[in-house]
Design a protein around this ligand. Structure first.
Ligand SMILES: Nc1ncnc2c1ncn2[C@@H]1O[C@H](COP(=O)(O)OP(=O)(O)OP(=O)(O)O)[C@@H](O)[C@H]1O
Ligand SMILES: [Mg+2]
Length: 479
């Protein structure tokens, strides 16, 4: 069981980002936890069947020895019985399959509503949300009742059937020559044993057919994960000493709906680039391509003339720091959140990064300092504090490329200024992409790129763009 969980978890984390993006968290969680658990009980059911079968066989051999005719009748009865029960087996399987689907939806519903709790409370829609969840639960309850009903009916079939069989056997053999009440009694005992095993085998079969949908679910999920495994492509080392180039890069999440359209740009190593433009213009998509979470549908990204696809993906991700638009924190200590599994970092590295992100004093002011627990998803911190911890995380790895996607949007003017000082200190050493909606955030960039509908609409230094009163950056300054 543990092995199976480990296996599914490993495959899940190693799958590619475009695939993960399409998964529903709830149903993935469900497969990882519940299905694997259910599939574990399959082993128990199989053992039960095996035991019943061997017991059945043993008693059968003895029974044949005592009275072959009676045994033949009994076997005949048993076969008929199993045949009669077949519809029940199929029925449990069908209900099981349906229940697995509903459970999946319910798990999806639960995780969605736990994550979105604040939005639900703020909108005051708890009751309609509860109603919608209750429907799932009622359906699940009805299915489970139906499931146990089918099981009970099919097992209560056994007793009357076996009594009828005994009576029938008595009349059939009573008049036969050489009838012996002693051997009849012995046979009865054996038959009773045989039926016990048959019944337990039947129960085992029934649970297996109820569990099979879960196993199928896991198998299908594993196959899916394998097909979408992120390939460890590229074997050249990561090196950025001269320039980073986007050459005619196009990209689409969905075919036929281009998000980036022939983007060409060249950035000198150590430069700071400001990326601005209206919402939905494709700024985050450029970050996704820089992170190699997606591949361009056309064109290529080059580092010092080497196509990115030829560079080791593992090294690539080690050399790139990223603060996303929606900060993600683990339920752990602040130190763990800055370290983020990077065992190579020393305590000094972490403190330095915290200073650079202008969060050091805040952390030291907490009763437990760096050992303070941030709570699930960092709920114990303010938006700006979370952002600065994420920034410290990105800086701690000493990246060569740093991508900040709205990374200072939740900061007050003072904190933002301090962080800009840190970023200024990186100038010439780290190639920085700053995505922003506030002009002040990109005012010190070497070059600003204005993105609009997947194209670069304007480019130039902040001073150049300010000269042109029609430029996006100029208008941004004005408002
Ligand atoms: N996972 C996705 N699947 C399909 N389309 C997507 C996906 N993510 C983004 N898009 C689309 O791609 C376009 C560009 O999105 P992107 O996130 O790059 O915009 P953005 O410039 O970062 O906007 P914002 O300033 O609001 O963050 C949008 O029109 C959006 O609808
Ligand atoms: Mg964005």
């Amino acid at each position: 069981l543990g092995k199976e969980s480990e296996d599914v978890m490993r495959r899940t984390l190693l799958s590619s980002w475009p695939f993960m993006l399409k998964q529903k968290i709830g149903s993935m969680h469900n497969t990882l936890v519940r299905d694997v658990h259910q599939a574990g009980s399959l082993l128990g059911a199989s053992v039960q069947i095996l035991q019943s079968f061997s017991g059945f066989l043993m008693y059968l051999l003895v029974a044949i020895n005592i009275s072959p005719i009676m045994t033949a009748y009994t076997i005949g009865g048993g076969v008929i019985l199993l045949f009669l029960l077949r519809p029940f087996l199929r029925r449990t399987q069908r209900i099981g399959q349906y229940a697995a689907g509903v459970e999946k939806q319910f798990a999806q519903f639960l995780s969605e509503h736990i994550i979105g709790m604040k939005a639900i409370k703020a909108a005051g829609v708890e009751r309609p949300a509860i109603k919608s969840g209750t429907e799932h639960i009622h359906l699940l309850r009805r299915l489970s009742i139906r499931q146990s009903l089918v099981t009970t009916v099919s097992s209560s079939f056994f007793q009357p059937f076996s009594i009828a069989l005994v009576v029938l056997l008595f009349f059939l053999t009573y008049n036969a020559p050489g009838f012996n009440i002693l051997s009849f009694a012995a046979s009865l005992y054996l038959i009773q044993k045989i039926f016990t095993y048959l019944e337990s085998g039947q129960n085992g079969l029934q649970s297996i057919s109820g569990l099979l949908p879960y196993v199928k679910n896991i198998t299908a999920f594993k196959r899916d994960l394998d097909a979408h495994r992120e390939r460890a492509e590229g074997d050249k080392p990561f090196a950025l000493h001269k320039e980073l180039v986007f050459k005619e890069v196009s990209f689409a999440y969905e075919e036929g709906m281009p998000v980036l359209d022939g983007i060409s740009l060249s950035v000198q190593a150590g430069e700071t680039v400001g990326l601005i433009g209206p919402s939905g213009a494709g700024k985050t998509s450029i970050a996704d391509l820089l992170l190699r979470l997606f591949k361009p549908s056309a064109g290529e990204v080059f580092l010092d003339g080497v196509p990115s696809a030829d560079i080791s993906l593992e090294e690539w991700r080690q050399h790139i720091g990223y603060v996303s638009q929606d900060v993600f924190l683990l339920n752990g200590t602040i130190e763990e959140n800055i370290r983020f599994y990077n065992q190579a970092l020393t305590r000094e590295d972490i403190e330095d990064a915290a200073r650079q992100a202008n969060i050091y004093d805040f952390i030291q002011g907490l009763p437990s300092g760096f050992k303070t627990v941030t709570g699930d998803r960092g709920v114990m911190l303010s938006g700006g504090q979370r952002q600065r911890i994420a920034l410290a995380r990105a800086l701690a790895g000493r990246p060569e490329i740093l991508i900040l996607d709205e990374a200072t949007s939740a900061l007050d003017h003072e904190s933002e200024k301090l962080i800009h000082e840190s970023i200024r200190a990186l100038h010439g050493k780290v190639t920085v992409f700053i995505i922003a909606h506030r002009p002040s955030t990109v005012a010190e960039a070497d070059v600003i790129l204005v993105l609009n509908r997947g194209r670069i609409a304007e480019r130039g230094s902040p001073q150049d763009l300010l000269q042109n009163t029609h430029s996006y950056f100029y208008k941004m300054q004005q408002t």
